[in-house]
Design a protein around this ligand. Sequence first.
Ligand SMILES: Cc1ncc(COP(=O)(O)O)c(C=O)c1O
Length: 353
Amino acid sequence: MTTPIYQTSTFAHDGLGGDRGYSYARVSNPTRTALETCLASLEGAAHGLAFASGMAAVDTVVRQLDPGDHILVNADGYGGTHRLLTQVHQASFSPVDLADLDAVAAAWTDRTRLLWVESPTNPGLGVVDIAALAAMARERGAWCAVDNTFATPWLQRPLELGAHLVVHSTSKYLGGHSDVIGGFVATDDDALAAALTLVRNAAGSVPGPFDTFLVLRGVKTLAVRMDRHCSNALAVAAFLRSHPAMAQVRYPGLADDPGHALAARQMHGGFGGMVACVLHGGEEAAAAFVARTRLFTLGESLGGVESLIGYPARMSHASLAGTPLAADPGLVRLSVGIEDVDDLLEDLAQALG
Ligand SMILES: Cc1ncc(COP(=O)(O)O)c(C=O)c1O
């Protein structure tokens, strides 16, 4: 019933030229193959590649570009992706509000080859039109890659919306238990899959067999976990929205959220487990709030069964401090877990005072 952990670096050959499909574990490993087959099928993709981390997956996609190629990314997006583009690749890229298609068209250059999309965005929970952006990229001969970490394929399947590539941090909902770091890329494009495979094998950004096993095990409960994450997050967002301490609450599942109509079109079965809020009283009030929760643990990351609370300006997006992409200093991000919803609401109520 369970895929074995092939804890081996190499494989015996039957003879010269007879490696039975597996030669060396940087190239491939049966546990990893099982995970790749599973996640590719969830995304409806022809090809899937597992990586050592979400950032290794992002990096391998970015390495497909030539020097001087230009990238368009969400202005509100994961800080680690921006750090990779600026501090490691020194890439030519423009952060844009991808919800504004005119702004995207205006920012497009002759060298734009990659449109990097998050929806919902991290940390602001903005929603962008994946189908429209993917169509724009296709018309102009660029790739559209969607970081689907927040939604997971249970709620959103970007390839069906026209994207060329789907990227995941499997450290989040796919693993689901805050006990593994991993990444994944899916695509239908044979040539792109071969090029990604070459870079991954040459550079060695592969996950180990135990980590791939953990993600495989996590995926077995993805559907039930996501359903609970979604219903708990909706209740948390509605509670926060009604609380006088809150200046703003963003959750695509709230009927009056600016992203709700679009999210209802491109997501199915729910709106995810992430909620963003801004407190009256800005930075000081936000810092006091995150210090007082007890069931929501103050910590980096998201997507595990236990609820987490984070303060992006000083945590996940701290590397962007002092730049135009810095997170709103009043913003608090909640990763709503699968605990009893009344316990979660009680914790938030006591923390807000
Ligand atoms: C949306 C998103 N993409 C990518 C990553 C990077 O993933 P990893 O931490 O597995 O390298 C993260 C991590 O927080 C993320 O939130």
